[in-house]
Design a protein around this ligand. Sequence first.
Ligand code: TYM
Length: 345
Amino acid sequence: MTTFTPRVFSGMQPTGNLHLGNYLGAMLNWIKLQETQECIYCVVDMHAITLWQEPKELHKAILEVTAAYLACGLDPKRSIIFNQSQVQEHAELAWIFNCVARMGWLNRMTQFKEKAGKDKEQASVGLYVYPNLMAADILAYKATHVPVGEDQKQHLELARDIAGKFNLDFGDAIREAGYNGDFFPLPEPFIIGPATRVMSLRDGAKKMSKSDPSDLSRINLSDDADTIARKIRKAKTDTDGLPSEAAGLKGRPEAENLVGIHAALSGQSVEQVLAQFGGGQFSRLKEALAELSVAKLGPIGRETRRLKADPGHVEGILADGSARARAIAAPILREVRKIVGFVVS
Ligand code: TYM
């Protein structure tokens, strides 16, 4: 078995605003990991166009999501921050993975089924092979750890399957190229914290998502203080009070969601939050949560707006990050070309 240098990779789509789910499910871990690990954080614009994007809107969204990354605390000196389309190795490796992954594997992807909806014939081919591009994003850097929310777990299992099949199919060529083991690591999902699946504020059975038609269902990182407080006040709850123990949250998705959000934002466990609010009315938790959310998210929104006013600065960060990303991916892709049997001059 080859041991791989630990390296973190993750990404978010520039489609609309980032929301509390992105922040608690992924971003909080990204920020922590950059303290101790080599981290690469990508704005996945090529994934975004698997659904139609108005070009001017996409352009704006790439800069806005980058601004939000920075406003949340990602440090471009520590981490590599870039947009996917500026590093062509992603597309090249994705093509090779299109030829490694099996139709049967992709047919099992639940996110394709959800996003394609009833009319699969009208979905873009890109949407179908989306998980292969995601595997390429990670493996173009031989990344070993991938911090994401719960909803990306199946895609990461596929990335591991692709890495494993590549290592197996090309085993002889990999050894001939001088590797005494696997070429790609099997990337580990890193799904941790009390809010790995933040649910809609209007329906505890649905994931908080950018595509929900109701803006009340989510808290956007760009929302102002009044909007945040109003959305939390209006969040759906059931009629019972809050339980004192975590077991009492079972079968009560809305209560579980609000408690989980509070725990993640305040850096406490669910048990600690229940020790404080258990036995009381929802209104008390909601009041505290509104205050906490405004305190944590308000500065992020303000900083994002400030950075957005200087697109040249944000573009400069993406250009620098892309050059650094390319410097890692290019030699890996050169090896991949040789291993596959392409003529490399
Ligand atoms: P995306 O843009 O949908 O979401 C970005 C990150 O936010 C997490 N997330 C959530 N976590 C908790 N609760 C929620 N309601 C919630 N909604 C979103 C996602 O799990 C994700 O971590 N395919 C990916 C982007 C991607 C990627 C990659 C990720 C492309 N290539 C390579 C990791 C590695 C996506 O669409 O995420």
